[in-house]
Design a protein around this ligand. Sequence first.
Ligand SMILES: Nc1nc2c(ncn2[C@@H]2O[C@H](COP(=O)(O)OP(=O)(O)OP(=O)(O)O)[C@@H](O)[C@H]2O)c(=O)[nH]1
Ligand SMILES: [Mg+2]
Length: 152
Amino acid sequence: MLGLDNAGKTTIVKKIMNEDVNTASSSKQLSMRGDVGGQKTLRSYWRNYFEKTDALIWVVDATDRLRIDDCRDELHGLLQEERLSGASLLVFANKTDVQGCMDETEILQGLQLKAIRSHRWHVLRCSAITGENLREGLAWVVEDAKARLFLY
Ligand SMILES: Nc1nc2c(ncn2[C@@H]2O[C@H](COP(=O)(O)OP(=O)(O)OP(=O)(O)O)[C@@H](O)[C@H]2O)c(=O)[nH]1
Ligand SMILES: [Mg+2]
């Protein structure tokens, strides 16, 4: 699970693990449970972080219109990575409990998702606070990756 800083990655992991989402994270850098910090200084480490990967969950802050271009560039750059070839891509448009956040059309356009032909992708709005769609998203990546594994 990757994405820009503040997107909500750690909060999503906590919610899925049934932890209190209101307490501050113990580490802003590396969580051993599946998400890595997204601050600019940490982004170069993303590539050290994964081996051959079956699924990437990309978390976008749907309230952060100012950084949607930055977010798109980081995502498209990452998808060039050899070890991600063939991986299923789930885009979580997070924080959709917040009024006025970007809708699916804005996310699709902002991230230029339709230009992605190298990966099977799916976009879902979600909220790490309410838990909306978190399990559905995980179910999609698992099913999609599984379907591909059986082809080999
Ligand atoms: N309203 C709302 N706030 C959220 C949601 N998810 C996360 N937040 C808040 O957004 C802030 C950043 O969340 P984090 O989970 O720390 O973000 P992160 O992606 O792990 O950030 P880095 O570790 O810096 O890369 C925190 O204040 C969270 O409480 C959400 O779904 N809705
Ligand atoms: Mg974090």
